[in-house]
Design a binder for this molecule. Structure first.
Ligand code: GLA
Length: 726
């Protein structure tokens, strides 16, 4: 059993896949986060990390005077605000008397097989309850009557703990939640580097690493979406830990809205990391008896550096987060019309793309933005989801029939959460967008944001989408989201519920996305937000893939995909070969192969030479699908540490096969290029497919190969495929 309660020590022990997480309950009922790290088989944690210390400036609680206990110096697992712990609290509640002090103490616990999920939100799951076990710990604040339940799930074969919290107003008076974390984690140390992913449009998820210092270090989004700017991911890497070695703690929030991850290093060199919904723009009103659930947080422990952390996240998401048919089934290889035509297309042009695509071996044509209402540029029509018959004469049926007749599937673009001021729907319902009274709405990309908190608005959008999806054979939807939330108010939400809008917006999006995938289980959904502006596990629960960036330049993509891979598996990264100029088609294909792979170009413009390369890529897509989509990723050379080259490798789970890719970003003169491969079985003999040469796994990993004769000019790349000898 991965979770045990050792009653004589009042200790909870969560053990899985080489990691141990320990909680204890003190005499007065404080819940302490004692330890999280490498596996410890025994339960002798006497006194660990708990400095029984009270002083003038670290008050003690009169009920728990024994040993001079102070909440300020104890590793409180989920600290309330205002009752003696001055570090960043995990929860803060304004009660009916107008103060926000709480002091949560243990009242009980349960351990059970399987796991649940926070209400209305995506979460990891276990199809077989035997895969995981859940601990629920109840805490209560006697004065306010607030009750907390902390949920911890341990997946037996992964070094992962997932967490969320549930707060209940068990009092007779209303209260407001000012802040509530999904997880708060204690470390009896500060010798960590803080790693996170920052970015911007066209350059998402750059990898930054800096030493933790006294004080607070945070990343956050207050945009109403997880955003291009900070991803809801952070890691604490023990100083000296690298890609392959050392302790790394990874954190990722299963949430697509405003978030905050803060590491708080205190005066005694301990670290607390809180993660959850961003308290800025959040205030949740709870009437007596009402309950609030936080989003789920995923916590990963790795002893094998950042690479081990990434592989644990990837495996968890592949097996326990991504749902639906295309989690395991081979996805159709697609060509998207956006960079090929932008808004300038008609039925014949799209069919001409499909005809050429068919010759190449592509499986699906995706019609991007511009097919509806009067949408000939980005200035109008969002929200009017009826077909533009000037562009598509006879309607979608004619186009789809012609595409299907060629043997291709068909996909379509939507941006359901947006509304153009120049649209019929906005003219009829100006109160259907987010807005606040007496304040002009900010505009971005000529559009406003729909009030997704409203059931009637969601129903209208759903009816429009469903009218199209139920009538035609549509195999794929690209769901876009091209601006952030401003003037976030709803015509239907007033005080005391006004500040709930940011979170209610996200819940509304989840509800609508859930309707889509539940009604059309065979549909392949791809999320997108101006490229990768909403690349988070919340979205991955609904769509197995997310468009990683609008930047399709193969060299720029290396950094984007490297950063994304820190947390998210290759099968989730939307990556296409485009007409971008910097490299040849080989390299474009080799880079896009580290992702979903597809095309975003006019196939009629391909030269005969490029056509030959593209046909080989299509064959490779099928050949390496399983290896890339379900194999383990090993990063070899990263584009931040090395300005010249970038390399990575996929190894099948049984270690029978490996695929290595090397891209030269800038030519450099050097007679040797020794690459030591990773993740192979030292006792296997591998054949390098292209040459027939045979090497032991031990040789490839310890000595490596000198690859200096492979293509190494600027923008050139090569791929090596190793197969175990039978
Ligand atoms: C966003 C997406 C693009 C494309 C356009 C259409 O920018 O990221 O891929 O779909 O919208 O307007």
């Amino acid at each position: 059993m991965p979770i045990t309660f050792i009653s004589d020590k009042n200790l909870f022990k969560l053990d899985a896949a080489g990691a141990t997480y320990v909680l204890s309950v003190t005499k007065g009922g404080y819940l302490l986060g004692l330890y999280w790290g490498g596996a410890i088989p025994d339960a002798n944690f006497g006194g660990y990390a708990f400095r029984d210390y009270a002083s003038s400036f670290s008050p003690s609680n009169p009920e728990v005077t024994e040993g001079g206990f102070s909440p300020d110096t104890a590793p409180l697992e989920f600290s309330g605000f205002g009752t003696g712990d001055f570090r960043k609290s995990a929860v803060s509640i304004r009660n009916a008397d107008g103060n926000d002090a709480t002091d949560f103490r243990y009242t009980g616990h349960r351990i059970s097989r399987g796991k649940g999920a926070p209400a209305g939100m995506p979460a990891t799951f276990a199809e077989d309850p035997a895969d995981c076990e859940t601990l629920e710990i109840d805490l209560a604040d006697r004065t306010t009557g607030a009750e907390l339940t902390l949920f911890y799930t341990v997946f037996e074969d992964l070094p992962v703990v997932t967490r969320y919290a549930r707060l209940k107003n068990a009092s007779q008076k209303a209260m407001d939640i000012e802040k509530i974390s999904s997880a708060s984690v204690q470390f009896a140390a500060m010798d960590f580097d803080f790693i996170h992913l920052y970015g911007r449009w066209g350059a998402e998820r750059n990898w930054v690493r800096s030493p933790l210092a006294h004080g607070h270090q945070s990343i956050s989004s207050a945009r109403g979406s997880s955003s291009h700017y900070h991803n809801p991911f952070a890691a604490l890497a023990r100083c000296g830990a690298d890609e392959d070695r050392g302790e790394v703690y990874g954190f990722n929030l299963v949430y697509s809205g405003s978030f905050d991850i803060t590491a708080d290093v205190d005066y005694y060199e301990t670290t607390r990391l809180n993660m959850g919904i961003n308290p800025e723009g959040f205030l949740w009103h709870l009437e007596p008896g009402e309950v609030f659930d936080t989003p789920e947080a995923v916590l990963v422990y790795s002893k094998e550096g950042l690479g081990g952390m990434s592989r644990a996240f990837h495996r968890l998401y592949l097996d326990h987060l991504i749902r639906g048919k295309y989690r395991r089934e081979v996805r159709p290889l697609l060509i998207n019309s956006w960079e090929a035509a932008y808004f300038d297309f008609d039925t014949d042009k799209l069919v001409s793309f499909a005809e050429r695509a068919k010759e190449i071996g592509i499986d699906m044509l995706v019609m991007d933005d511009g097919w509806f209402s009067r949408r000939n540029d980005d200035r109008s029509s969002l929200g009017d989801w009826w077909v533009n018959e000037d562009k598509l004469p006879g309607g979608l049926g004619v186009l789809i029939d012609r595409v299907n007749a060629l043997g291709l599937k068909f996909g379509i673009w939507y941006e359901p959460e947006m509304i153009s001021p120049d649209s019929d729907i906005y003219r009829a319902h100006p109160d259907w967008c987010l807005h606040v009274p007496d304040r002009p709405n900010s505009i971005a990309r000529h559009q406003y944001v729909i009030d997704m908190s409203r059931q009637d608005v969601r129903d209208n959008i759903w009816e429009q989408m469903n009218a199209v999806l139920s009538k035609y054979k549509i195999d794929y939807v690209k769901w876009d989201f091209n601006r952030n939330l401003t003037e976030a108010g709803s015509a239907l939400l007033s005080a005391p519920h006004g500040e709930e809008i940011f979170h209610r917006f996200v819940l509304g999006t989840y509800e609508l996305m859930g309707r889509l995938v539940d009604t059309y289980p065979d549909l392949l959904l791809e999320n997108c937000s101006g490229g990768g502006g909403r690349f988070d596990p919340g979205m991955l629960y609904f769509s197995p893939q997310i468009w990683a960036s609008d930047n399709t330049d193969a060299i720029e993509r290396l950094a984007i995909q490297f950063g994304t891979s820190l947390c998210y598996p290759a099968s989730t990264m939307g990556a296409h070969v485009s007409m971008s100029r910097r490299t040849g088609f080989e390299t474009k294909g080799n880079v896009a192969m580290w992702g979903t792979f597809g095309y975003e170009l006019d196939p009629n413009r391909l030269t005969e030479k490029d056509l030959g390369i593209v046909k080989k890529q299509v064959a490779d897509y099928h050949k390496y699908y399983e290896l890339i989509h379900y194999g383990d990723l090993y990063r070899i050379t990263d584009p931040w540490d090395n300005a010249f080259r970038c390399a990575w490798e996929f190894v099948s789970q049984d270690k029978n096969e490996a695929l290595f890719t090397h891209v030269t970003m800038r030519y450099y003169h050097c007679p040797t290029l020794i690459v030591r491969f990773k993740g192979l079985d030292p006792n296997f003999t591998y054949t390098l497919e292209s040459t027939g040469e045979k090497y032991s796994g031990a040789f490839l990993m310890n000595a490596g190969l000198n690859l200096s004769l492979y293509p190494r000019g600027t923008g050139e790349s090569f791929v090596l495929h190793f197969v175990k000898e039978n």
